[in-house]
Design a protein around this ligand. Structure first.
Ligand SMILES: [Zn+2]
Length: 428
């Protein structure tokens, strides 16, 4: 009998957090599983956001290769926003490869699977899909899911009203996802079965500091999410066959947020950027004098002549001069307490050494990597450079995790794209 592959994805769950929870006895089933598995930390990709990282998992490629550079991108020729989704993926996915091998595939809630593509099995879209009815293959599954009360994501707007209401909603969405997992598990023959849990990432964005500070208002409910996931892991261990391969993983780490840092505000204060309107709505409101602008997270693009709609920075010497000035100034940037916020500024060719010909048009000219706890926002306008909002956790590019049981991992230091690449040869 052929080996099957069961994948459980916990978005944004840090390796170090799981180790703490294991030591505290919060996750006994996971603990048992780690004793029979390879369990280690893993790097994310640049930038370490869910759409880029899961696209890297599914394609085995880095973001410059698969083409998903974040939640939002820009068309330099028009300076219009582009919202990258599955139709922008430039590389074959695991699901396409397995389908071509006549394997039955089930994927639920995996980011960047919207709009759905045909495969040998079932695809239920995830993050950035807005309408479940249009988000599934085959199409009729969407109506069924809607009728069952299935949702792609919790309502993060609730968090602005009341964090407890938001938590209730988060657990509700998680329960429905787990219920739907077992519904299809029982009903469908499968060779690969992947469920992605977004609720961990959502929990961390709003509650990570409360966990780290043992805040009595939310600490137990934070742990309850992981208690519930541990029960799910126990059920998975009970219900999968002993010879099935199990892969658990996350796509990036998390840490308590120190500050949101509004890079376009910084570019304006340092005369690299100006807008033709007091309340700019898009990059089309950039003045022709602008030298640079930024997109989330920490991506800086120069306003290059011949590339951007009204570009002014000449390619060659001026381009390098502007990049060098930005690098030198950013390295000196400090928060209100006097702490440095920039860990490193990478030039495009340093961040993506293997990038091909399209790189100059599509990739950021600089990537600003934060010290732990800073989040480089891409809002065009913000009243202050440093801010603290309702978000109290932020991503890290390291400290994701992988657990492999019954399958071997590539040797050495692991990143999510290399892990994905190794899975292309799961079935021989
Ligand atoms: Zn996130």
């Amino acid at each position: 009998m052929n080996q099957r592959l069961f994948i459980l994805a916990l978005d944004g769950t840090p390796f170090t957090l799981l180790n703490e929870l294991l030591q505290m006895g919060i996750m006994p089933h996971l603990k048992k599983l780690t004793e029979q598995s390879v369990f280690k930390s893993m790097d994310s990709v640049l930038p370490p956001v869910s759409s880029s990282a899961w696209a890297s998992f599914m394609t085995g490629k880095t973001p410059d290769q698969h083409g998903i550079m974040g939640f939002v991108d820009r068309d330099p020729a028009t300076l219009e926003w582009v919202l990258p989704n599955a139709s922008h993926l430039r590389s074959q996915t695991l699901w396409q490869k397995y389908s071509a091998q006549q394997k039955r595939v089930f994927t639920m809630n995996v980011p960047v699977t919207y709009p759905p593509k045909p495969l040998n099995g079932i695809s239920i879209c995830g993050f950035l899909g807005s309408d479940i009815v249009k988000g599934t293959y085959p199409a009729e599954i969407g109506l069924l899911l809607k009728a069952r009360g299935y949702r792609i994501d919790a309502d993060t707007e609730l968090a602005k009203q009341d964090l407890n209401l938001f938590l209730n909603d988060l657990f509700k969405v998680l329960e429905k996802r787990i219920e739907t997992l077992w519904h299809f598990y029982d009903q469908e023959a499968w060779d690969v079965f992947m469920t992605h849990i977004m609720e961990t990432d959502r929990l961390h964005h709003f509650f990570y500091e409360y966990y780290e500070q043992r805040d009595p208002r939310f600490y137990e409910r934070f742990l309850n999410m992981y208690r519930r996931l541990d029960a799910l892991i126990g059920e998975i261990l009970d219900r999968t066959a002993p010879q099935d391969a199990l892969l658990l993983l996350s796509d990036h780490g998390f840490t308590t947020m120190k500050y949101e840092v509004y890079l376009n505000k910084w570019l304006q204060e340092n005369t690299f950027l100006s807008f033709s309107k007091p309340n700019p709505l898009s990059l089309q409101d950039l003045t022709p004098q602008s030298l640079a602008y930024s997109l989330y997270p920490g991506r800086i693009y120069l306003n290059v002549r011949g590339r951007e709609a009204h570009g002014r920075v000449e390619q060659g010497i001026e381009y390098e001069q502007v990049r060098n000035r930005l690098i030198n100034l950013l390295r000196q940037l400090k928060d209100p307490q006097g702490n440095f916020v920039v860990k490193q500024v990478l030039r495009r060719e340093e961040a993506y050494p293997q990038a091909g010909n399209t790189a100059f048009t599509q990739l950021p000219d600089l990537i600003v990597l934060p010290e732990k706890g800073y989040d480089f926002k891409g809002n065009l306008q913000h009243p202050v450079l440093f801010d603290k909002t309702i978000f109290n956790g932020t991503h890290t590019a390291d400290n994701a995790f992988v657990l492999a049981h019954g399958l071997s991992l590539p040797p050495g230091e692991l990143a999510i794209d290399r892990l994905g690449a190794s899975l292309f040869s799961f079935f021989r």
